[in-house]
Write a protein that binds this ligand. Structure first.
Ligand code: ATP
Ligand code: MG
Length: 339
């Protein structure tokens, strides 16, 4: 049922709290579609990458083919911050060469941006890095693009970038665009066409960036193309976090119809610890059902073995495919035991 629904979509983003099983879900989904013959890429956006560990192969920042899928499966561990940091140094140098910064009345946002300020730069950096990646993938021949997002990801924040750029632009005009070499570097970073470094072109560069981000925003919101899947575990704190995340996704009008509840203990037997755990998980599944009456809820059992490597990921696929919360309740009723 989950995969039937995703079959129509090109962009699949997996998000949720840390340690809930995002990477596992992303890798399993990618394997499923690659096996069906879709050209698939799974991209980790989490700076603490664990996609390599999950697929049991070394991936790193350049795209790798996952063997055994007849050129259908690729993986990438993307680091948007690293990309930005390299450029940041160039921008810093360009600004220093321009002399007295105070005299130029540079807006604090720009100084923050180049000076390692706290709030804005990280989001901006991740955003810019992601935009570059998005542009490349958009024009690629991948049928399925699956993102394993960072738990604290600023992926959503970047949707606000066009508004930010508007205010940024306003300030730029005020200082009469004296930062031409700064713009030059920004332009180079965005891989925009080179040419005479005029203020007009600099403005065009920012307009172009806004257009790209608006395009990205439209794609992410497009029901026909994109789906966000929220992964959670059957614990109250994780349920609250999912509520907040879903609230944010809804506010941005991003399609999100599925919740995966991972690591659910389904057990009835001799072990009193497992019996109690299963009871608690069943109760929390009921809470999840109540909290999200409109969502399709998929359950993945908690396995005795850690999920690593293609074979154990395939085990996850079977559950993602069809094990709905209703089926999980039936399994509890029947006293089924899944190890
Ligand atoms: N259903 C499951 N049963 C048993 N082990 C699981 C299950 N799902 C995931 N795991 C294991 O739990 C750990 C965390 O899973 P995973 O790395 O997919 O989570 P994550 O949300 O990506 O974590 P992070 O936020 O750190 O990126 C991994 O060691 C994985 O093998
Ligand atoms: Mg992960």
């Amino acid at each position: 049922m989950l995969f039937d629904y995703l079959r129509e979509k090109r962009w699949i983003m997996i998000s949720g709290k840390g340690g809930t099983g995002k990477t596992t879900t992303a890798a399993a989904t990618a394997i499923k579609f690659a096996e069906e013959g879709c050209k698939t890429i799974v991209v980790s956006l989490d700076p603490a990458h664990s996609l390599s560990d999950s697929l049991m192969m070394e991936i790193g920042p350049s795209m790798k083919e996952v063997s055994g899928f007849r050129n259908r499966l690729y993986a990438l561990e993307f680091n948007p911050n690293m990309l930005f940091m390299e450029e940041k140094e160039k921008i810093e140098r360009a600004l220093k060469e321009m002399g007295n910064l105070d005299e130029m009345m540079i807006p604090p946002e720009i100084l923050e941006l180049v000076g390692g300020g706290e709030v804005l730069p990280v989001e901006f950096a991740e955003g810019i890095g992601f935009i570059r990646l998005f542009e490349i993938l958009k024009d690629s021949d991948f049928d399925k693009i699956i993102f394993d997002t960072a738990p604290t990801g600023h992926t959503l924040k970047l949707l606000e970038l066009p508004d930010y750029l508007d205010s940024f632009l306003g300030k730029m005009i005020k200082i009469q665009l004296r930062l031409s070499s700064f713009f030059h570097t920004i332009k180079a970073f965005l891989r925009l066409e080179k040419g005479p470094d005029t203020a007009k072109q600099a403005l065009e560069a920012f307009e172009k960036l806004k257009e790209i981000v608006n395009n990205l925003r439209q794609t992410i919101r497009n029901e026909k193309k994109t789906e966000f899947i929220v992964v959670t575990i059957p614990a109250i704190m994780s349920i609250y976090e999912s509520m907040r995340l879903i609230g944010e996704l809804d506010a941005y009008e991003i399609p999100n119809r599925f919740i995966v509840v991972n690591m659910v203990r389904i057990y009835k037997g001799e072990c009193s610890f497992s019996n109690s755990l299963a009871k608690m998980h069943r109760r929390n599944l009921e809470e999840i059902r109540k909290a999200f009456p409109d969502k399709n809820i998929i359950v993945v059992p908690f396995f005795v073995q850690e999920i690593r490597g293609i074979d154990s990921l395939k085990r996850i696929i079977n559950y993602l495919e069809s094990f709905t919360i209703e089926k999980a309740f039936e399994a509890y009723e029947k006293g089924v035991c899944i190890d």
